[in-house]
Write a protein that binds this ligand. Structure first.
Ligand SMILES: Nc1ncnc2c1ncn2[C@@H]1O[C@H](COP(=O)(O)OP(=O)(O)OP(=O)(O)O)[C@@H](O)[C@H]1O
Length: 321
């Protein structure tokens, strides 16, 4: 079943084109990662699919129904973890979750059971009687996630749920996303942390300036990258003419020498390691070590976006290539 289908979505805020003709499809059971730097359009995307903001153009279908119909009929099947923590700080954890449960028309024994289940899921059972204001940022986020699970959603939308929290809570949140995915829930997960996408997502869209730069299953994206092998060779020295000889070998895509390391990108179909080593040895270069690099999401991201993102979601490095 298709859980979300977006066709040619355009969203403007005045002169700002926040989403630029965006199209994508998310199937049941996927953990779909929307990865991009600050201001890329991730929250706008979520606001659009939740009907929280008007769109300028395009079509949105949730569970194969047009957005308006889906939100009226299927709201109870959608869980939302907003970017901002939305809890009442003077109430206890239990009181907060009771309140959110009542919004889903839960009450009595069922409400109690759902609260216990949700708290167990995020490993916060011990804090049930604590006032939210006494919890750490990471704990509050975990309660926010518990609130989104109360109605046993089929689709869970999480907007940067690990921004600015401690490592332990981050680890627990990622583990709970993996457990939720195993239970069959479809998850839309926005983030600017590449390693999170690498770890938990089954498919990914790289978004920047409201446009999808690359999109597909993780296997598909990594396969794209795996057509190239990267060989790293530590050397005591190298002459320019040797560098040129290696560059000219059939199947070599690029060559770089920085400090004491030679990096050679080669077509995967060509087994060039022997020729590279022979070329270096003939010209008297002493090889200290040789290693291969495996393809990773980060490398793919870097390759298609031309930059990487720091902890705060800011672009930190423009590619020179
Ligand atoms: N209410 C608004 N009014 C005007 N411009 C807005 C509004 N909301 C977002 N924008 C602009 O739209 C673009 C996309 O913003 P959005 O918040 O969707 O990005 P994001 O990827 O979620 O960023 P972040 O990671 O910082 O949350 C940005 O240029 C932003 O400044």
């Amino acid at each position: 079943m298709t859980v979300l289908e977006i066709k040619n979505l355009v969203k403007r805020y005045g002169n700002v084109l926040a989403l630029d003709n965006l199209s994508l499809t998310i199937k049941e059971g996927e953990v779909f990662g929307l990865l991009g730097p600050n201001g890329a359009g991730k929250t706008t995307f979520i606001n659009c699919i939740l009907g929280l903001t008007n769109i300028d153009r395009g079509e949105i279908y949730i569970f194969e129904k047009p957005l308006n119909k889906a939100l009226k009929e299927l709201k109870s099947q959608i869980g939302i973890v907003p970017q901002e923590i939305s809890l009442y700080s003077n109430l206890t954890v239990y009181e907060n979750l009771s309140f959110f449960g009542s919004l889903y028309n839960l009450s009595g024994k069922l409400l109690k059971e759902r609260i216990e289940f949700a708290l167990e899921f995020v490993q916060m059972q011990d804090s049930i009687k604590k006032q939210v204001k006494n919890l750490s940022g990471g704990m509050k986020r975990r309660i926010n996630i518990a609130a989104a699970l109360l109605n046993s959603p089929k689709l869970l939308i999480m907007d940067e749920p690990t921004v600015g929290i401690d490592i332990y809570s981050r680890k627990l949140i990622l583990e709970s996303v993996q457990k939720l995915a195993q239970s069959g829930i479809t998850i839309i997960y926005t983030t600017h942390y590449i390693e999170e996408v690498d770890r938990i997502c089954t498919s990914v869209a790289f978004i920047n300036k409201g446009t999808i730069i690359e999109y597909g299953s993780k296997e598909f994206l990594l396969k794209k990258l795996s057509d190239t092998n990267i060989i790293r060779i530590k050397l005591s020295k190298i002459l320019d003419e040797v560098l040129t000889k290696i560059k000219n070998l059939d199947g070599v895509e690029s060559v770089a020498f920085t400090g004491d390391e030679l990096t050679v990108s080669v077509e995967k179909s060509k087994n060039l390691i022997k020729e590279i080593v022979e070329t270096l040895s003939q010209d008297g270069c002493e090889i200290l070590s040789i290693s291969y690099e495996k393809p990773t999401m980060e490398k793919l991201y870097f390759a298609v976006m031309g930059y990487t993102i720091d902890e705060k979601g800011e672009i930190v490095h423009e590619s020179s290539s």
